[in-house]
Design a protein around this ligand. Structure first.
Ligand code: ADP
Length: 451
């Protein structure tokens, strides 16, 4: 319960009440107009329009109040605003009912909605207090009208049968009214309490998972860092032997050493990719600044060109002339584009095509890399962004792969406040798209987040 009170969603709930009230105000205005002008029910129309106007002003004030507190919500303040709003609404509803037939007005059922709302938004005790307040307000109103202490406004043409004077009817109605409100509060608070408990246990489980993930990442970081050091040492030893600095090798020995070297470089690449991804997940900090996206794109194309030529792949690109500087970490963005281009070349058969288009979209830049390659099985289009996941068709044609490149790309793009996704082309092959916001504000917020 306390958890719920501390959550910012409470602010959203205060807003939600304000929004609901706009609907109620519109309904009141329209209902008054229809009842007075169309149904010709005798009503103190001007009094009801005055209440509508007061409600309008009151809701504007509340909206401003909530907006001011939206930045630093103190659970206590927001809780107080909600309680105040509900109590005030009960009072306003009772006033409206007074001017529109009192006990004879079926809109008295609207108290039930208030009870549901308060039971969802506030603690149990407060909900019962509000139910008591509703019974007191409505009961007081109908009794005072029944005893002729305050005037009764009859709904002639609708319910002008003088029922409000019949004390048996009034007391009977009040009894049912009170029972209904308390029952509604009891049922709704029981359900919301169960939901709150469930929410708390989900939050707890989520917290635990995040803590475990953190521990796992720290462990992987230490491990990959150490392994990379050892691999670098092994690689340089093999290199010396391979270069025959320590003595000549016979062809069999040379072949074995070459194979060992090849395997070691693959292993180093995998460990390095894992290290980079884990480091990014752990620290999440980006070194942001404005940089030329055009240059980053050109550098990425140059880096991949050799591999494309080896497979006779036609690698082309088109850059919108307006594309200039964006805000982000240049090295990471360039690396991401290079990764996507390398993938496109890797998963496209010889003689195919890879095309990159960079489009200007007012607030952000859209980068799309399409190829005529093997495509991604429909059911894997989302999964390929998961760590270590490789689609079966990719595994079949390319044994070596880390399954980490796209997870890294996703981390980078999302930390820049952008999105990344993959789709298959109708004519074959796939298109990988990503957006990067041009401006600082959004990107910075995401970049500063800690995992
Ligand atoms: P890797 O390429 O090392 O397997 P990635 O994380 O870069 O790892 O990619 C994950 C998976 O996404 C690949 O194994 C492959 O199934 C799929 N994939 C990525 N790029 C493409 C592409 N251009 N065409 C088809 N499949 C792709």
């Amino acid at each position: 319960m306390e958890n719920l009170l501390q959550s910012t969603s409470l602010v959203q709930r205060a807003y939600w009440l304000v929004k609901l009230r706009w609907v109620a105000i519109a309904t009141l205005g329209i209902a008054t107009f229809v009842a007075g002008n169309v149904m010709r029910v005798s009503l103190p129309v001007s009094a009801l329009y005055i209440i509508t106007s007061v409600l309008l002003v009151y809701n504007f004030i509340l909206l401003r109040y909530c907006t001011r507190h939206a930045q630093e919500p103190s659970p206590h303040t927001i809780g107080r605003i909600i309680t105040f709003q509900i109590s005030a609404d009960l009072f306003i509803l009772a006033t409206i009912l007074h001017f529109s037939g009192g006990i004879e007005n079926p809109f008295s059922f609207f108290f039930v909605f208030h009870m549901i709302i308060v039971s969802i938004l506030r603690p149990k005790v407060q909900s019962y207090v509000q139910a008591a307040l509703a019974v007191l307000l409505f009961g007081g109103l109908v009794l005072l009208e029944s005893w002729r202490i305050i005037p009764h406004y009859e709904l002639t043409n609708f319910a002008g049968h003088g029922l409000y004077k019949d004390s048996t009817f009034v007391l009977g109605m009040l009894f049912v009214f009170a029972i209904t409100l308390f029952l509604v509060v009891y049922m709704t608070t029981s359900i919301s309490e169960q939901l709150r408990k469930q929410q708390e246990s989900f939050e707890q489980a989520n917290k635990l998972l995040r803590e475990k993930d953190q521990v796992k990442n720290e462990y992987v970081l230490r491990l990959t860092h150490d392994i990379r050091g050892h691999l670098a040492a092994i690689e340089s030893c093999i290199d010396i032997v391979d270069d025959e600095i320590v003595g000549p090798l016979n062809p069999k020995q040379k072949d074995l050493i070459d194979r060992a070297y090849h395997r070691t470089t693959k292993c180093t690449a995998f460990v390095t990719a894992l290290l980079k991804l884990t480091r990014m997940k752990l620290t999440g900090r980006l070194e942001m600044g404005f940089f030329s996206l055009k240059n980053a794109v050109l550098d990425a194309v140059t880096a991949v060109q050799v591999k494309a030529k080896e497979k006779s792949i036609d690698l082309s690109y088109e850059l919108a002339p307006s594309i200039d500087e964006v805000y982000g970490e240049e090295v990471l963005i360039e690396e991401t584009i290079t990764n996507l281009l390398l993938n496109a070349v890797k998963y496209t058969p010889c003689g195919g095509k890879v095309r990159m288009e960079v489009k200007d979209q007012a607030e952000s830049v859209l980068l799309q890399i399409s190829d005529t390659g093997i495509g991604v099985p429909q059911e894997d289009l989302v999964r390929i962004f998961e760590e270590f996941y490789r689609a079966p068709n990719a595994r079949a044609i390319e044994r070596d792969g880390t399954g980490l490149g796209l997870s890294f790309a996703k981390q980078v793009v999302e930390r820049h406040g952008g999105k990344i996704w993959a789709l298959n082309n109708p004519a074959g092959g796939s298109t990988f798209s990503l957006t990067i916001p041009k401006q600082a504000n959004k990107a910075e917020q995401v970049g500063d987040q800690k995992v």
